[in-house]
Design a protein around this ligand. Sequence first.
Ligand code: SF4
Length: 296
Amino acid sequence: MKNKAKASLRLVHRKLLRWYETSGRPLPWRKTRNPYKILVSEIMLQQTQVSRVLQHYPRFIKKYPNFHSLSRVGVAEVLRAWRGLGYNNRAVRLLNLARTVDGLHEGILPRSIEHLRSLPGIGHYTAHAIACFAFGAKVPVVETNIGRVLARLFPSRQNVWETAGRILPPRRVFEWNQGLMDLGALICTPHLPDCGHCPLRDLCPTAHRVVRPAMKKRKEPGRNGIPNRIYRGKIIEVLRNRNGRGSIAAERLGSLIKPDFSVRDRIWLRGLLRSLEKDGLVRVGRWRGGVSVSFP
Ligand code: SF4
């Protein structure tokens, strides 16, 4: 890297870290270095907004303060504790992970990215996030917010992970990664970045020039205009509300999640149940000549 570029990067480091000191969000998972608590927050944040995770995270951590306590519960219980967070298969992933860590690693997460990645349910991003946020490793972390900020700050670079690795500051890597994340979440937002209030505006080649990307409408499989994802959540909610009353007939379940449920919906419902069973969220069995559904 040439001297001018190095000086400019030092300025980016200084400005972002200073901004993070005063404007970073005081999130509870940033006040701990406990690997379990950080892992739980990372899995919750994968598909749920921060504001919602904030409502549920403290209760979950209080109920299951470590891998051991979580590993001892069943799928039904962890799905009840996950209520309100959505995308329930993450709860089962977390449970399987807790069982593996408790059983094979004495409840202690390994420190290296390689070992972290060998655990079930830990991918490239999560391994880097745990290594940096829990163990203080000087490694890049790239999620959606950071990816967007880096793409705007360094538009000529192609590989965002490689860019993130090259521009790490020599110190305070934890704050740097969290700061980039907050900048993307609060200022350098997808559709309307607030460049006027950005601490990096004087150094950013795309400041005030971001073209609002066209909104792409995602086509999701569903029924009557409602995505299957919503029906999956409704099925889990019905089972949660049964408070241990065992299995429920598929036909009854169908009418509870879709008031106009009819014989024409049977094959569609079977498909939904199969996908939930594959994800370890429900058990599908036989009952009085029909199909019954319960938590595993
Ligand atoms: S100046 Fe604008 S585009 Fe550049 S990083 Fe800041 S908010 Fe994003």
